[in-house]
Design a protein around this ligand. Structure first.
Ligand SMILES: Cc1cccc(-c2n[nH]cc2-c2ccc(F)c(-c3ccc(S(=O)(=O)CCO)cc3)c2)n1
Length: 240
């Protein structure tokens, strides 16, 4: 897929998004507010408007015991699982299979009253990244979703307003080997998850309504998705 039309864009967006996800919230600049907390999960957002529309960047960090970064990215990337955990999804189509780690999706999501229904068209790329800070530590895994165009599905033709998003899920596995040299079990692993997103609603949507929805939907999504991965993997061999 190195010669694919999207390859150079994917390379640059993945590098940019991973660097952003790796930036601790303290170095992200001013204006970030913690808006949700639940156990290990912390969700931050910054209020930003473009053309009067709320495009608040979001950064969430969460640590989940018993799963690996590869497993988290596998269930986030795979179209076959999405209806199980994405509660606001109404319709999902894989428009293109560019390679086994790069797909193009078209999705329509449940309407957020009083705004019009939204759809989103994006490429999704999954990649393993070398663990720079700890050579013999487990690799990092990431999935980057980035809005793109497709000639057969121009924006705003039907009833849906096209939204534009950039999402990065960055996962770092942590292994705490058992003292007595016993074989590794899921009790000895955990995954640090960073989820970043910037969503441009693409058309009129009241900032106050969007912010209320985001405040409710993002924590729900991350909790539901990670619980889904724990449940799907608990009786399966660990996928590093
Ligand atoms: C999780 C969440 C946060 C904020 C809003 C909502 C929501 N509520 N009702 C409709 C939506 C909605 C509308 C349009 C969208 F594109 C997405 C959307 C959200 C996430 C992603 S993803 O790339 O993170 C996971 C793949 O679906 C893609 C689209 C979600 N859901």
């Amino acid at each position: 897929a190195c010669q694919h039309r999207l390859w150079s864009e994917i390379e640059s967006v993945v590098k940019q998004q991973v660097a952003w996800a790796r930036t601790g919230i303290g170095e992200c600049g001013v204006g970030w507010q913690l808006f949700a907390e639940d156990g290990e999960m912390r969700m931050y957002r910054r209020e930003e408007e473009v053309d009067g529309m709320a495009v608040d960047p979001l950064k969430a960090v969460h640590t989940v015991p018993g799963i690996t970064g590869h497993e988290v990215c596998h269930y986030f990337f795979g179209p076959q699982y999405r209806y199980d955990w994405e509660t606001t999804l109404e319709q999902m189509t894989v428009l293109e299979t560019i390679s086994e780690d790069t797909l193009v999706f078209l999705q329509t999501h449940k309407r957020i009253w009083p705004a019009s229904q939204r759809d989103v068209l994006f490429w999704s790329h999954m990649r393993k990244l070398p663990n720079e800070s700890d050579r013999d530590g487990p690799d990092l895994w990431t999935v980057v979703n980035n809005s793109t165009h497709h000639p057969d599905y121009p924006p705003n033709v039907g009833k849906c307003v096209r939204i534009y998003l950039k999402v990065c899920l960055l996962c770092q596995t942590r292994v705490d080997p058992p003292k007595d040299g016993a074989p590794l079990t899921r009790d000895n692993i955990s995954c640090k998850i960073t989820y970043c997103s910037v969503v441009n609603p693409g058309g009129w949507a009241p900032a106050s309504v969007l912010r209320a929805v985001y405040k409710r939907e993002y924590p729900k999504f991350l909790k539901r998705f990670t619980a889904y991965v724990v449940n799907q993997t608990k009786n399966k061999p660990i996928m590093f």
